[in-house]
Ligand binder design. Sequence first.
Ligand SMILES: [Zn+2]
Length: 193
Amino acid sequence: MGSGLLRFDQLTELQQVTVQTALEAASRAYAPYSKFPVGAAVATSDGVVASGCNVENASYGLSMCAERVAVGNLYASCTSSWTARGRTDQVRIVCVAVCAPRVRGVQGDSVGVCYPCGACRQVLAEHAAPEAELVLVSLHTNTWEDVADASASGAQRCRYLVSSLEALLPCSFRKEQLPIGDSKSVPPAPDNT
Ligand SMILES: [Zn+2]
């Protein structure tokens, strides 16, 4: 996992678009209870980018994380390969960005980035390519107001921690472990004769 923070101009073009989308999404979060807005964005290799923000609820347990909202929005944005019976394909996320402007230093560091929670790591793993990258946004020396007020140039004021999604959830539970579609794994029908 990478350790140093990168500048905006050190990111790839796809990473830049993804972090900008996440930053914009953070300003749309509905987080009246935690006061902890989060923006996320997910991107596919063919350049489809979808955003998500956390959406809280008075029944706290029903709150949705930004990352999972983004995955849902990505499916709603991709129009290819579906039939009357439903989708036949699966999106392949190659880049994920997460921005939590109110986050404090975590895990003993002071870079001020926010990692996805465990539930979101599992959901992202289902839809991510093996080489998928995770880009975590640090406000660096700026306040959220500095970044948000700067609009398009706000992303250039931030710093970025680039990591691998795989590194966050090794040995994840995978759909390949399910017997679905594998006729050899289906128990034989009971013989009632
Ligand atoms: Zn989460």
